[in-house]
Design a binder for this molecule. Structure first.
Ligand code: ADP
Ligand code: MG
Length: 714
């Protein structure tokens, strides 16, 4: 599992300093020094005592105090990994899991993937010798499907609990039960035999199924207690403490220097432009120190990256000493690590980050923060059953966290790109994600874990009844649940096994029946990444012409397949005798020429490889429909029938399931030639509601292929 990606990470960055150096090298000494100076270093012994005394411990500490990187090492040193046990740390964001694991491996002086590793969806860098394991909260939930007692873990740390992602919330409920069962099994052997059902209605023994030897093995392994640590950057530990029956909370003193906050006089109409102006203002007028800019997503970050480089080239040579480093989830791991590398001497670094840099990762050297005050968030309308991503204002606590990033190592400055009176209008804190997302995904997983009564599950904060029911209904329509609301076999079980949203999982299962699994695999992989195409403002026409050769009159799905295949063909022809690094370079060049985003394409190829592994393991038939794309389009209808829309007289579309009026996004190949009926995969809301990634279909297929929904509605 610990593939060559790690080798790259090591080779390119910090490792470069320590090639051939021993334990007493200056680089190692510097790391040891940094560790010792962290606020948390002085309380190691007390923390370990608290963990020993309390089965559930809540640790609150300011961002950057050393919680995520140090506490797992303290636990390791205190013997919590003896007998092959593992300390698991969950993160809401994959970037944090990956970069922190890398840092901790460096601190321990080991190769990533050995003693210290990470595991995130589509990327696993762990081995049998991994004892400190960083992972996403979603991934640990998935692990519970295979190992319901999470028996290899002695301690599980739920980090960044204040983020309140839907996976973190569900995980906390699950861990409560797992902990209880593991301690019960020590105190009272009899409990093991009656499939005991606790408050959550979580039938642990049922999950193991029929295989007797399995149950016996588990019986042995669950007989060791599980320690839980909930870590949070927000000072309010009460919610967590109450949820865990009055669990003990400890606070770690942080170190924070003053940060001057600046507001704009008037609201900004174009925050991207305002960010650019501020970046250059800081660069040209302020004392040395790196800049951190909070942007909303990959596309925006890449646009700003290009614009900075453009403007920089127009400055006098003496002022060009600025390096731009992007950091966001879809960036390949070795590029993510670049954000942590110091700028070359005499240079200033500007980091363009999504809100992963808010609390999840701490980048050294930041003195200036530029905060447009926005964040991309999930939003869900349970009545309509539609989830979308929207850009919304941050909460006050997010704004405070962001400005705090400037005062880690000395006094700093934060530029909020909105007027001061706007700040007062912000919400105090962010609404937990579970209240604003589609729940089908987690409900499917809970069902697979044996939690039958979803409404009765012990959520830290209950999602609305409407949202739960709507999601159950969707799962039923997708064939994942039976009439009795049980997980269906095999479809529901297969869907739960795939690390994808339920409708994507269903699409793959159906595609094997429609003989187009090859095409659907590519589609799902390409839909899982942001922005395959890019069209720089000044080369808009050129980009349009270049991508025309991929365009399919049927729509965006087939267009994406064409891009993927063209890239694969190109590589196959050129790279017979090339090594990996070379072939990546060649692919990058091809992408540039064709106005394809090479980072996104690379990510899609990784995802493709991973899902292909899953479907092969499941025994699905991997066939291609060849030129008969009709099969593929019919399969899209059978899978995504909840996202069908009909054209109306005025050229807008009405979505069947939700009744919403939507428009085709200008980036679609069908933007100019609007078909009568479409299937779409994404809804984005700006001033208008746009659908993206769509394909032309025949509306008669809806009743034919999705009668469970359309025959009744008709
Ligand atoms: P917390 O979890 O309390 O927010 P962390 O354990 O993530 O704190 O970070 C502790 C310190 O380690 C920070 O001050 C940060 O500067 C440093 N650090 C974390 N990751 C890296 C890295 N990849 N490279 C260099 N320094 C890092
Ligand atoms: Mg942390």
């Amino acid at each position: 599992a610990n593939g060559n990606a790690n080798g790259n990470v090591n080779g390119k960055f910090s490792n470069a300093n320590r090639n051939g150096q021993t334990n007493s090298s200056p680089w190692r000494q510097k790391i040891a020094q940094q560790r010792k100076s962290l606020p948390i270093a002085s309380v190691e012994k007390r923390l370990i005592e608290e963990v020993r005394k309390n089965d559930i411990l809540i640790i609150v500490g300011e961002t950057g105090s050393g919680k995520t990187t140090q506490i797992p090492q303290f636990l390791f040193n205190a013997g919590f990994c003896n007998n092959g046990k593992v300390v698991g740390i969950t993160q809401p964001r994959r970037v944090a899991a990956v970069t922190v694991a890398k840092r901790v491996a460096d601190e321990c002086g080991v190769e990533l993937g050995q003693k210290v590793g990470y595991s995130v969806r589509f990327d696993d860098s762990t081995s049998n010798s991994t004892r400190i394991k960083y992972m996403t909260d979603g991934l640990l939930l998935r692990e519970a499907l295979l190992d319901p007692y999470l028996s290899k873990y002695s301690v599980i740390i739920v980090d960044e609990a204040h983020e309140r992602t839907v996976h973190t919330d569900v995980l906390m409920g699950l861990l409560k039960t797992v902990q209880l069962t593991r301690s019960e099994s020590i105190n009272d052997g009899r409990n093991l035999d009656n499939g005991n059902k606790n408050a959550n209605g979580f039938m642990l023994d049922k999950v193991n199924g029929q295989n007797g030897s399995f149950v016996r093995k588990d019986r042995r392994e669950k007989s060791s207690p599980l320690k839980l640590i909930i870590m949070s950057a927000s000072l309010d530990a009460r919610t967590f403490s109450e949820y865990f029956g009055g669990a003990k909370a400890v606070h770690i003193q942080g170190r924070q220097f003053p940060v001057d906050i600046f507001y704009t006089r008037y609201p900004e109409t174009d925050y991207v432009d305002a960010s650019l102006i501020t970046i250059f203002q800081v660069h040209l007028e302020e004392t040395p120190g790196d800049i951190l800019v909070f942007l909303t997503g990959q596309e925006e970050i890449e646009a700003v990256e290009r614009l900075i480089k453009e403007r920089l080239s127009k400055l006098p040579p003496g002022s060009q000493n600025l390096v731009v480093v992007p950091i966001y989830a879809a960036l390949p791991p070795e590029q993510q690590m670049r954000a942590f590398a110091p700028a070359p001497s005499g240079f200033r670094k500007v980091i363009l980050a999504t809100n992963i840099a808010e609390t999840s990762i701490t980048i050294p050297g930041i003195k200036y923060v530029i905060d447009p005050g926005l964040v991309k968030a999930r939003s869900y309308d349970p009545g309509k059953g539609m989830e979308s991503l929207i850009v919304v204002p941050t909460s006050k606590s997010q704004a405070l966290q962001r400005s705090g990033r400037a005062g880690r190592e000395g006094p700093g400055k934060c530029f909020r790109l909105y007027p001061e009176n706007e700040f007062e209008k912000l919400e105090d804190s962010t609404m937990p994600e579970i209240k604003r997302c589609n729940l089908s995904n987690v409900i499917l997983q809970l069902k697979a874990l044996g939690v039958d009564d979803i409404l009765g599950f012990d959520f830290i904060e209950k999602p609305s009844r409407t949202a739960i029911i709507k999601s159950l209904e969707q799962l039923f329509l997708l064939g994942a649940l039976t009439d009795e609301c049980q997980l269906s076999d095999p479809v529901g079980r297969q869907m739960a096994r795939l690390p994808l949203d339920p409708d994507y999982a269903k699409a793959l299962i159906l595609a094997s029946q429609f003989n187009c699994l090859e095409e659907m695999l590519i589609t799902v992989a390409m839909l899982s990444v942001e922005s395959i195409f890019y069209s720089p403002r000044d080369k808009y026409e050129e980009a349009r012409a270049a991508t025309k050769c991929f365009a399919s009159p049927e729509g965006d799905h087939i267009t994406l397949i064409n891009v993927y295949r063209a890239a694969a063909d190109f590589l196959e022809k050129r790279t017979m005798e090339m090594n990996k690094a070379k072939s990546e370079k060649v692919l990058r060049k091809w992408c540039n020429e064709n106005f394809i985003n090479s980072r996104s394409l690379r990510h899609a190829r990784d995802i493709h490889r991973q899902i292909q592994g899953h479907v092969q393991q499941m025994g699905l038939k991997l066939a291609s429909c060849g030129d008969d794309m009709l099969q593929f389009r019919r399969c899209l209808v059978a899978s995504f029938f909840l996202n069908a829309a009909m054209k109306q007289a005025d050229g807008t579309y009405r979505a069947y399931a939700s009744g919403q009026v939507v428009q085709i996004h200008p980036s679609s190949v069908l933007f100019r030639k609007k078909p009568d009926c479409i299937i779409f995969n994404e809804l984005i809301q700006t001033n208008n509601k746009y659908v993206r990634n769509l394909t032309r279909v025949d509306h008669l297929w809806l009743t034919e292929l999705a009668p469970q929904f359309y025959a009744v509605q008709n």
